[in-house]
Design a binder for this molecule. Structure first.
Ligand code: MLC
Length: 462
């Protein structure tokens, strides 16, 4: 029980004291309930301390994807207006930077006691930035109750207990690692080994050394695990209790291959930054390949046509959700928040069908969102970036299917004058998170448009 990280061990008592002390440091630096703190760190104990210190003070935790570059962070920093950005990276940004090592040194002299702050469950606990279809990143405000409702559900439905051994390799800056991973560990009281990140080269070694019973992954991770030696896979399958997949669709073939190799049916579930978890295959009962299962307890789901009519079983509709897990709205964007709800139901933008026995199956998205390795990519952001280059008249970024990552971005560009497109690749690598860099640049004379002049992305890249 407790935490393991890079060979060091921490009891829950130690975690409690570390975060209490850190909370006193933050308070002494003038951070109060309702303030935001941005955190840009790879998985580490300090990141857990910071999250818990924020929770205890009612300070809003705003994690930033560690793969983001300054350009991508600038918008989050100006939108969230944090008291500080906590990072050990050297960054040219306009907000105060607090170094985690300096905070830890200050924490050493602080009292062990938990700071006395009265909190409301509806108060924001975190803001998770998700770009939305418009290209500008919006902050999804998740409350303490959102996290609590999600955690209680997962513990009950997936039977997570203190006897579990939980291997967490997902980043703590997204809801999969934070809302599911960190919270299930804390609320169950099990033992967790936290990794800085998932590395397929060492995965077998780590699994066989720690001998976990519980693991959460994105489909890319499961595709990587299919590369393990059969003997290792069998041994690992012997001590594992539950593999969960989410954040992107798990191909049915991967589900079947994984079952053949590891002897486990991966439990696929469906969530979003705005909602944490919504729909899940059952722990007991049939985990049906290609489906996401049933709504979790307390969560209502319905499928509606574009004219808001319920669709019949087998027909495609947009997923609408209601429940204690649904976020409070987008940070300081009342219009976007209003647009996100219809009669109190959250519209997900995801399309699904429901079978006659109640299993939901995702079958597309209303937006042109690309999901690569479990990371969301909004084509518009890359298109706008490419169009800043003097040679680029127009750009359209579309998904290409990829066995390992699910989807990868590909850019179609119309050029004003001839350039080597490798230059564009270099520029993207310098300024954008690595998963957003187009795998290929295709130069075209013009982009396909319909009679109304609307871009027809469906004609590209297929
Ligand atoms: C990936 N990279 C990282 C990293 N993850 N770098 C630092 N820290 C991390 N955590 C970079 C690598 O440096 C590399 O960059 C590139 O990504 C690919 O790395 P790889 O070694 O080839 O990794 P791979 O085996 O393909 O696995 C990638 C991955 C990663 C699966 C580990 O994609 C990942 O962690 N995905 C999880 C995303 C996630 O948690 N999503 C949840 C969103 S919440 P380069 O420059 O060499 O290319 C959500 C809601 C819900 O959607 O329902 O859950």
């Amino acid at each position: 029980m407790g935490l393991e990280f890079q060979g060091r061990e921490f009891t829950f008592g130690e975690i409690e004291v570390r975060s209490n002390r850190l909370a006193h440091v933050l308070a002494a630096r003038g951070v109060v309930t309702g303030d935001r703190l941005c955190v840009y760190l790879v998985n580490c104990v300090e990141m857990i301390d910071l999250y818990l210190a924020c929770v205890k003070l009612g300070v809003i935790f705003v994690p930033i994807n560690i793969l983001y570059r300054e350009r991508e962070m600038a918008h989050i920093l100006s939108d969230a207006q944090p008291q500080a950005l906590i990072t050990d990276a050297e960054l040219a940004v306009t907000v105060s930077i607090w170094h985690p090592a300096v905070l830890s040194a200050e924490a050493a002299t602080m009292p062990d006691s938990r700071p006395a702050v009265a909190l409301d469950g509806d108060a924001p606990a975190g803001i998770i930035y998700t770009s939305g279809t418009t290209g500008t990143s919006k902050g999804a405000v998740l409350t303490h109750n959102n996290f609590a409702a999600n955690t209680v559900n997962l513990l009950a439905c997936w039977e997570i207990r203190d006897a579990d051994r939980f291997l967490l390799a997902l980043p703590l800056f997204h809801v999969h690692g934070l809302g599911n991973g960190l919270h299930c560990w804390l609320a169950s009281g099990c033992r967790m080994r936290l990794l800085e990140r998932f590395e397929h080269q060492t995965a077998a070694e780590v699994f066989l050394d720690f001998r976990p019973t519980l693991f959460f992954g994105v489909p890319t991770v499961y595709v990587r695990l299919l590369g393990l030696e059969p003997a290792a896979a069998r041994e690992l399958g012997g001590f594992m209790r539950l593999f969960v997949s989410g954040s992107a669709p798990l191909p049915a073939q991967v589900f079947d291959d994984f079952h053949a190799l590891f002897g486990h049916r991966i439990l696929e579930r469906y969530g979003m930054s705005e909602t944490i978890m919504n729909i899940s295959n059952p722990y007991w009962g049939e985990r049906r390949a290609g489906t996401i299962g049933f709504p979790l307890p307390g969560i209502s789901a319905k499928l509606l046509s574009p004219s808001f009519e319920p669709v019949a079983p087998g027909e495609t509709g947009e997923v609408y959700l209601k429940g204690p897990n649904i976020f409070a709205g987008y940070w300081r964007r009342s219009e976007a928040t209003q647009d996100a709800f219809v009669d109190g139901w959250f519209r997900t933008g995801d399309l699904a069908t429901i079978s006659s026995d109640g299993y939901y199956t995702l079958c597309g998205r209303k937006s042109d969102l690309i999901i690569s390795g479990g990371f969301n990519i909004y084509p518009r952001e890359i298109e706008e970036f490419l169009q800043e280059h003097p040679a680029v008249v127009e750009a359209a970024v579309v998904a290409r299917q990829d066995k390992m990552r699910g989807e990868v971005p590909v850019a179609y560009v119309v050029l004003e004058f001839l350039i080597d497109t490798a230059v564009l690749g270099e520029l993207c690598r310098e300024k954008l998170a690595s998963f957003k860099v187009p795998r290929e640049f295709v130069v075209v004379e013009k982009l396909p448009r319909n009679a109304m002049g609307k871009l027809q992305k469906n004609l590209l890249g297929k």
